[in-house]
Design a protein around this ligand. Structure first.
Ligand code: SF4
Length: 250
């Protein structure tokens, strides 16, 4: 069975949620003209956002992080977006020399050795390229949803980060059923790994399929304690204020 067969369900208020999402994106595009970007993970949620940006011709740039560890199925979505929508996708990669030195020192499997090494890998392959993606931009758009995990239960539609940049999470109140109902209704391209029980897809070494009954993000960094699961792309408010070290990951 495909992810569409399993999850696509029409729920009350669906059209209203689409309208509210488009209104939020449209307003943000006007408020941050030329300085707003969708940071797409190329996951199902982000493909919905890209489709909305394209369909409603919203002037929001589209960008992704090419960590060097993504599945071929994920990478194939970059040309798929460009062909389907005629929109360019900005690709930000880690600095080659830094990666070479890190791998030479710690090997290719370092993420399994310790949480510190795993975080170092995320810093090099994700956070540093993200900082370049966001340079000169006053707002960014993510596909975070409250339903994705307990950590994300309080995700707001809009927040202002330390430093003043605005972060928009327009799908915060969408459900997994909504996401797949939208994908099915609009024939949105999506990662075929979602059909293999991978609801949340990141780098290949750090993603596995989940079993029946497991939580949405159980296939991410599954060898780590729940509290340690962060890569820093989406630090919580408490994290930013230094009150605890918990954060959520893309
Ligand atoms: S998710 Fe895994 S492979 Fe990707 S940057 Fe983080 S530790 Fe490295």
């Amino acid at each position: 069975m495909s992810a569409i067969d399993l999850y696509a369900r029409a729920r009350p208020g669906f059209e209203d949620r689409i309208a509210a999402t488009v209104a939020l994106l449209r307003q943000a595009a006007a408020d941050h003209a030329g300085r707003i970007v969708q940071a797409t993970s190329l996951g199902a949620e982000d493909m919905v956002l890209t489709d909305l940006i394209a369909r409603f011709e919203l002037p929001i740039a589209i960008a992704t992080l090419q960590t060097g560890q993504l599945h071929a199925e994920t990478l194939a979505l970059i040309p798929a977006i460009e062909q389907r929508y005629g929109l360019p996708v900005e690709v930000y990669s880690p600095r080659e020399e830094t990666v070479v030195q890190f791998v030479r020192r710690h090997g290719e499997q370092e993420m399994y050795q310790s949480i510190d090494l795993r975080k170092n890998c995320c810093q090099i392959r994700k956070l540093e390229p993200l900082s370049r993606m966001l340079e000169g931009r006053s707002a960014w758009v993510t596909g975070l949803r409250r339903e994705q995990s307990a950590n994300r239960g309080g995700v707001p539609l809009r927040e202002v980060e330390a430093g003043g940049r605005v972060k928009l999470n327009p799908l915060a109140d969408w459900t997994w059923n909504d996401i797949w109902h939208y994908i099915a209704s609009h024939d949105v391209p999506y990662n075929p790994l979602h059909d293999q029980f991978m609801p949340s897809i990141g780098c290949a070494p750090c993603t596995r399929a989940i079993a029946v009954g497991e939580e949405f993000r159980a296939g991410r960094w599954w060898w780590e304690d729940e509290k340690a699961k962060e890569c820093g792309l989406h630090a919580t408010r408490t994290n930013r204020h230094g009150a605890n070290d918990e954060a959520v990951a893309a």
